[in-house]
Design a protein around this ligand. Structure first.
Ligand SMILES: NC(=O)c1ccc[n+]([C@@H]2O[C@H](COP(=O)([O-])OP(=O)(O)OC[C@H]3O[C@@H](n4cnc5c(N)ncnc54)[C@H](O)[C@@H]3O)[C@@H](O)[C@H]2O)c1
Length: 637
């Protein structure tokens, strides 16, 4: 084990590289410790935690919020935490940032430390005392400088990280070499393959050197008045890309570094040969160096950068590999970097994920092809969700959005191209049925298909909306003998209605027009009520399946607020916005509410399992979609 000291204004930190997580008891008194972790780390390593109280947070950048902080405060109060309590964050950068912020603010400050479990958190996020959360789309805008007492970097924990997370950690290691240590950069160039396979001696040296570089900078300028700004190399564009393209921090920083290097060339110091070295090394570490993304959105996000002061920005320029300078550049000087971002033809926000998925899958000799057929299709979140799930599960698949108006031709292409599966969206969900070889019983009853499986050349149609809705509901309550009012009588109402009947619930179709409402009620074996008479209905659950309340008509709602009572569960299948007016009013009336995200994710999980035969990484899929919704500001469903 090697140690590095950081001297901070609020106290000193010791970073322990090579220490084991099982040695936590050496650094804290276990009786006074409360652990903060995330669901995945708890699942993998929870059994090795010492016998302390544990607070578990969710996954993904959207969890790094004041809401999460508030939830933790509540749990700390419930656990009876006091000034003698020590908080230990066990997880990646998100857990560390949140833990540090909570520890710095609860009761005006508790002791805290970390067991950093991702490569990125070991070499960067846990080191240096910056803690904080995102707020209203601004990354890390609310936070404090406060040093943890200790950081345990247990290198053996890295072996359970997905490849993509390992790559992300390397982005920060490359950054440290690029700005401060040409020798370390060259060592990584020579040992990229061994590093990526987590060869212990190589990774130990890289984590140690990386922390040493960051610690030295922090020791000289803890509060980021000058030299510490160098650590933001690649982050000005990186943060804007992360927010816009919905890709992970490390991947965005990787692209951001290449752009910053190009801006350095345009503004003087660097030689172009160094940009090429940087690019090659990032590629060797499976990191993206270019991205197709909506340039206008990136530019908007960049203008919101919290490090901007008036019309200028502190920008980190490379002088050469191993040395950087911070210059105040006008926002226009920085604009030159924008040309390194491609603009996709149909401004598809999921393009970045498609490209990442494709890049990884094409490394395999036989990537399996998937897609979504629809028109329009550029707004679809399915490519983001499925490509993230494929990468996470190490499944060699790639999923593309296909804008299709002739569905028959697309179906025939599925066989020709040997596509394993497809999603089908508007306007083809009914029309597609005529072109398939077989139908699943439920899809046949529903009369619509949104999922196709290609089983050895036989195309079978399914409807995953019913499973999605039922899973989202049964997460909260059993449907047996419940009275479920479904507002609407279109395709979604039909799918949700059959799903509920199959799960022994009783359905009341509530619709503005009697004709289609009565027809649906008769088909599925439910009751019918006119929407204008909804006040007379007695139900346990209400589900909105109409588009009323969807962006841009966010002030609309299909049901009067006087209808709700605190015993009801209310679900909206709309997910743009996530909090519709219907859900806000139901929450205010004391109802349990479910937004459109779980249904979308669960129907995607059903598709993933059908196509791959593997268990769907539901949390990863949920995280991918919520990140895209929170940061991509996607406006259509
Ligand atoms: N405070 C700072 O100075 C600083 C510096 C850099 C980055 N950050 C922040 O760090 C965050 C990103 O950190 P991250 O990349 O570690 O993300 P993360 O915390 O989301 O972790 C990535 C994923 O890996 C999982 N994971 C963690 N450890 C694992 C293990 N050992 N095995 C398997 N899975 C594991 C997590 O559950 C999570 O799903 C961003 O919010 C970024 O802003 C902060």
């Amino acid at each position: 084990m090697k140690t590095i000291q950081i001297k901070g204004g609020t106290g000193d930190t010791v970073v322990l590289v090579g220490e084991s997580m099982d040695s936590l008891y050496r650094y804290v008194s276990i009786e006074n410790t409360i652990i903060i972790t995330d669901t995945r780390v708890a699942e993998i390593y929870g059994k090795r935690f010492p016998p302390c109280k544990v607070i578990t947070i969710g996954l993904g950048e959207s969890v790094k919020s004041l809401k999460t902080v508030e939830n933790i405060y509540q749990q700390l109060l419930a656990f009876g935490a006091d000034r003698s309590t020590c908080l230990v964050g066990i997880g990646g950068g998100i857990v560390c940032d949140v833990t540090g912020f909570v520890a710095s603010t609860f009761m005006r400050g508790l002791r805290f430390g970390y067991i950093a479990t991702t490569l990125l958190s070991q070499v960067d996020a846990s080191v240096g005392g910056k803690n904080g959360v995102n707020f209203q789309g601004y990354k890390n805008i609310v936070g404090v400088f406060n040093q943890p007492e200790f950081v345990i970097c247990d290198l053996s924990l890295l072996t359970t990280l997905p490849d993509r997370e390992i790559s992300c950690g390397f982005a920060e290691i490359v950054k440290h070499g690029a700005i401060a240590d040409a020798e370390m950069f060259a060592y990584l160039e020579a040992n990229a393959a061994r590093a990526f396979s987590l060869d212990l001696s190589v990774i130990e040296k890289l984590v140690y050197e990386s922390v040493r570089i960051k610690a030295a900078v922090v020791n000289r300028d803890e509060l980021e008045q000058g030299e510490r700004r160098k650590l933001n190399f690649g982050h000005t564009f990186g943060h804007a890309i992360e927010k816009t393209a919905g890709i992970s921090h490390g991947e965005a920083v990787s692209v951001g570094m290449v752009i910053a290097s190009a801006v350095s060339e345009a503004n003087g110091p660097i030689k172009s040969v160094d940009t090429q070295r940087l690019q090659r090394l990032l590629q060797d570490l499976s990191l993206p160096t270019q991205i197709e993304v909506d340039v206008d959105l990136v530019w908007d996000a960049l203008q919101k950068d919290k490090k901007r002061e008036g019309d200028s920005i502190y920008f980190v320029l490379l002088e050469q590999i191993g040395s950087a300078v911070v210059r105040r550049l006008s926002i226009e000087d920085v604009r030159v970097g924008m040309k390194y971002l491609g603009s996709p033809t149909d401004k598809n926000p999921s393009q970045a994920h498609v490209l990442m998925g494709a890049k990884r899958s094409l490394q395999s000799k036989t990537p399996t092809l998937f897609g979504v057929f629809g028109d329009p299709v550029s707004h679809s979140l399915s490519p983001i969700m499925h490509n993230r799930a494929f990468v996470y599960s190490d499944y060699s698949g790639v999923y593309f959005p296909f804008r299709v108006n002739a569905i028959a031709k697309a179906i025939s292409a599925m066989k020709t191209l040997n596509m394993r599966g497809a999603s089908v969206t508007l306007p083809h969900k009914v029309r597609v049925m005529a072109h398939l070889d077989r139908m699943d019983v439920l899809a046949e009853k529903i009369g619509a298909v949104n999922t196709i499986l290609n089983q050895d050349g036989v195309l079978i149609g399914y409807n995953s909306d019913a499973m999605g809705a039922v899973s989202a509901l049964t997460e909260r309550l059993s449907l047996e003998n419940r009275r479920v009012a479904i507002v609407g009588a279109g395709g979604a109402a039909r799918a949700v209605g059959y799903g509920i009947i199959e799960n022994k619930g009783n359905v009341i179709v509530v619709n503005r027009s009697a004709k289609s409402g009565e027809q649906l009620a008769a088909d599925i074996g439910g009751e019918f009520s006119l929407l204008s008479e909804i006040q007379k209905i007695d139900c346990d659950v209400l589900i909105n399946t109409t588009p009323v309340g969807m962006f841009p008509d966010v002030d609309a709602t299909p049901v009067p607020e006087t209808f709700f009572n605190e015993h009801m569960t209310v679900m909206d299948i709309i997910y743009t916005p996530l909090q519709t007016r219907l859900l806000k009013e139901a929450t205010a009336a004391g109802c349990d509410t479910i937004n459109g995200l779980p249904m979308f994710v669960y129907q995607g999980a059903f598709q993933f399992e059908l196509w791959t035969g593997m268990q769907a990484p539901v949390e990863v899929m949920r995280e991918a979609v919520s990140e895209a919704l929170a940061f991509g500001e996607i406006k259509t469903a």
